[in-house]
Design a protein around this ligand. Structure first.
Ligand code: PLP
Length: 386
């Protein structure tokens, strides 16, 4: 029997009902501008500050270190461009990152390369990890910033962020991490981990789209990306998206309430999906075992990921191949290239990202449909030989 199974939570998540309930009054009753002095404006202001407190608590930061942005992508752009603009005045023009970052980081670094900055793209190994030693060896006198993602959105690999933070602290280089996929799946403590800047996004943690956060540690100087009024201490002007900010605050509170429980439950399901999925002939798992609790990334030889996604969709299953941001392009994912997959294997990849709402019935349904679909596509392929 056909079911609907949403297994693309790394692309976006459904807004939690409790989050939506908290947001709604900020469209209707409390619609004031948070900068106004009358009471509907003050209500909005209070709600923003309460949300800021929730984000600060979740990261072990202070309220003054939390800035709301329009997205995770904006937070990444701001962290990298804004800090380098300042660091340039101190003679620091070199950035260290990896070759498998999200495009919000990678394309920002490529942009800065065209504007006089130098970037080192550290290679990840075949399982999708880098080491703190690689970072240490790449640091030069002109290095101003290290930006390395906490967990990868395609293959789920988790980087040694605490060790990298320690190296950056010792070498007096600023450290930014894109933690969009990590928040709610890994306990984060920006102070203990020596993180100077951190990006996160509302819609990856059961909150609304179009809202993000950049944490900026006290003492770190980041020039504005946007100029205008005095909102967000003048650092990120524009009339606040109050409902979305309230939603993000509630979402992060819920997502970080009991991470060990979520990880225990979801990684058990993930491991079952991996174990059973790998029974499909000529399949492989991409990424190592220190991975996000909800991330599975398979490659199947002899087929096209796009065709696989369409057939899964006809069966009510939502997954992804490459990342949502690059589908529509024929190039294989830069992440799968970075871990050294040959083109033809990278093309036949499938990411399934599950969460705590995924059920055993959902998994069994995926495992019933997937082998049939893979077999069918291989039968249709002119070049496939079993
Ligand atoms: C989704 C995502 C982003 C972008 O966040 P948006 O809010 O969609 O702009 C950045 N980095 C990673 C790792 C992501 O998964």
């Amino acid at each position: 029997m056909k079911r609907f199974v949403y297994a693309d939570n790394a692309a976006t998540t459904k807004v939690n009902d409790m989050v939506l309930t908290e947001m709604l009054p900020y469209f209707s009753e409390h619609y004031g501008n948070a900068s106004s002095i009358y009471s509907v404006g003050r209500d909005a202001k209070k709600a923003i500050e309460a949300a800021r407190q929730k984000v600060a608590t979740a990261l072990n930061a202070t309220n003054q270190e939390i800035y709301f942005t329009g997205s995770g992508s904006e937070a990444d752009n701001w962290a990298i461009k804004g800090s380098m603009e300042f660091l340039k005045t101190k003679g620091k023009t070199h950035i260290i990152t990896t070759n498998f970052e999200h495009h919000a980081v990678l394309h920002t670094c490529q942009y800065l390369e065209k504007h006089g900055f130098e970037v080192t793209y550290l290679p990840v190994n075949q399982e999708g990890y880098i080491t703190a030693e690689q970072v240490e060896h790449a640091i030069r006198p002109e290095t101003g910033l290290v930006t390395i993602m906490y967990a990868n959105n395609e293959i789920g690999t988790i980087q040694p962020i605490t060790e990298i933070g320690a190296v950056c602290r010792e070498k007096k280089v600023w450290f930014h991490t894109d933690a969009v996929q990590a928040v709610g799946n890994i306990s984060i403590n920006v102070q203990a981990q020596n993180i100077d800047m951190l990006s996160l996004s509302g819609h990856k943690i059961y909150g609304p789209k179009g809202v993000g956060v950049l944490y900026i540690k006290k003492g770190i100087r980041v020039e504005n990306l946007i100029h205008g009024g005095g909102q967000e201490s003048g650092k990120r002007p524009s009339t606040e998206n109050v409902a979305a900010i309230v939603g993000l605050g509630k979402a992060i509170e819920l997502a970080t309430a009991d991470i060990p429980k979520k990880v225990e439950q979801v990684s058990r399901m993930r491991d079952y999906l991996i174990e059973q999925g790998l029974k499909i002939p000529k399949s492989r798992l991409n990424g190592g075992m220190n991975r996000l609790c909800g991330n599975v990334n398979f490659s199947f030889e002899g087929l096209e990921g796009e065709a696989l996604l369409l057939m899964l969709d006809m069966n009510g299953i939502c997954g992804s191949s490459g990342s949502a941001c690059t589908s529509g392009s024929l190039d294989p994912s830069h992440v799968l290239m970075a871990i050294g997959l040959p083109h033809e294997i990278a093309h036949g990849s499938l990411r399934l990202s599950i969460n705590e709402h995924t059920t055993q019935e959902d998994l069994d349904y995926i495992l019933e449909v997937l082998p049939k679909v893979v077999e069918r596509l291989r039968e249709m392929s002119p070049t496939w030989q079993a």
